[in-house]
Design a protein around this ligand. Structure first.
Ligand code: HEM
Length: 168
């Protein structure tokens, strides 16, 4: 294992753990709590999205996971040429990689929906106007959908990353 490969692997696994952990805690615990706590939840979400670097952090660790993972896959498959891709282990890492890339795409959409919701939430004073209410409902529907697919894809990616070598 070359030094570059080792460094990429450590970068990939550490950023993968931080990304997957952050996304699943957000989906299963933080988002439901924000939804269940009315104005306090709205204030919390506004602060998390606007006053902390949470979104930037998630984009960075997600991006590093995908970038380092893609290079690792390239090296393992002699840049998408070798038969390794058709081995049970190669297929396992391939499915995990595809799910991880999809999770990142949904994650970017989720970040945008969260930011837009926090901005709209800050605009709404008292009772929302009919237009604000329909915008709010459309954004919440989108947030729920991309959030769900982000979590599903991350869980699939974790499963195949953890088990791919066992297939070989
Ligand atoms: C939530 C997302 C992800 C997590 C938590 C994760 C985690 C891991 C872990 C723990 C390993 C080591 C497995 C072992 O050696 O048995 C690994 C290996 C690997 N991952 Fe991921 N991964 C993720 C997403 C991705 C993505 C998106 C790609 C590619 C685009 C990718 C490509 C790879 C490759 C090619 C290996 C094998 C490296 C080697 O030969 O040692 N992973 N990943």
């Amino acid at each position: 294992m070359t030094l570059v490969f080792s460094i990429l692997r450590v970068l990939h696994i550490v950023s993968g753990v931080l990304w997957a952990g952050g996304a699943l805690v957000l989906y299963f615990f933080i988002a439901p709590t924000i939804g269940a706590t009315g104005d306090a939840g709205k204030q919390f979400a506004g602060h998390l999205m606007d006053k902390t670097r949470f979104t930037a952090f998630m984009m960075s660790v997600g991006g590093m996971t995908v970038l380092a993972g893609t290079i690792l896959y390239g090296i393992d498959s002699s840049w998408f040429q070798s038969g390794w891709m058709k081995t049970a282990t190669g297929i396992g890492f391939g499915i995990g990689a595809a799910a991880g890339i999809l999770a990142f795409i949904f994650g970017v959409q989720l970040g945008k929906a969260n930011k837009a919701l926090a901005a709209l939430g800050a605009q709404i004073q008292g009772k929302p106007t009919p237009e604000q209410l329909s915008d709010l409902q459309a954004l919440q529907k989108r947030q729920a959908m991309v959030g769900r697919w982000n979590a599903v894809c991350i869980i699939i990616s974790i499963f195949f990353m953890a088990s791919a070598r066992l297939f070989g």
